[in-house]
Design a protein around this ligand. Sequence first.
Ligand code: COA
Length: 257
Amino acid sequence: MNYSNILINQEGSVATITINRPTKLNALNKATIEELHQAFKLADEDKTIRVIILTGSETKAFVAGADISEFADFDIKNGGELARKGQEILFNFIENLSTPVIAAINGFALGGGLELAMSAHFRVASSNAKMGLPEVSLGVIPGYGGTQRLPQLIGKGKAMELIMTAGMLNAEEALSYKLVNYVVEQEELLPFCHKLATKISYNSSTAIASAIKAINAGFKNDINGFESEIQEFGNCFGTPDFKEGTTAFLEKRKPKF
Ligand code: COA
């Protein structure tokens, strides 16, 4: 697959998807959103890939938001369609992906950029990263899930404040808000995420996919999280990984998933 706005690299069982529009601070235009959808779909289908790292090119920005130049003349209908399609093909798509996704936030993650990072299963930031949802300063609100995922991650009061003020958190503040799991130096960001990804890759990918489903179910209104956990727990018993994991334990050896 040929892409114009993203780069893909695979090292062992870890794929890194890099948004690559540095002159526009990696802003998400329509073409980039579509390429990302395609790349995540193919990576998820590729059984040699067990973890995906998502990052931005160079050191200034992860993603500085949705590409403002593309929606400046939109009307009500266009605006609604933009949010609906983006949520469906990218933001919800990533959140519900079976393959774990780590966002490596290497600089500004603003608006759609922070929303993208929040769609990943968890986040690591470089010490120069800055995060915020500045949409109200443009007369709109976050439309790619930000009003839902930010309160889930940092709590309602802090999310209200951050969105209303259109403010930015630095990396240490984001860490203390639990928006990111770790802060590391810029040059350590990808190696650190790679180490985490490798640790994940030793575990059962089918069990991890079930865990993602069960955890996400707790944040959805139409599914009972506990019921989803029961279903997914049961499903694990029908997988080769369960047989291998339990057999390896009893044979006192490491499992080979
Ligand atoms: N959409 C489109 N283009 C963007 C963009 C976005 N969200 N964010 C940055 N860019 C472009 C700029 O227009 C500029 O392009 P140009 O050189 O062709 O003029 C280039 O990226 C560099 O950005 P610039 O603003 O010159 O860099 P800076 O260091 O002065 O400021 C930011 C960095 C992140 C503070 C600033 O770019 C910014 O506020 N961006 C918008 C953030 C935002 O509101 N995001 C939410 C969108 S809903």
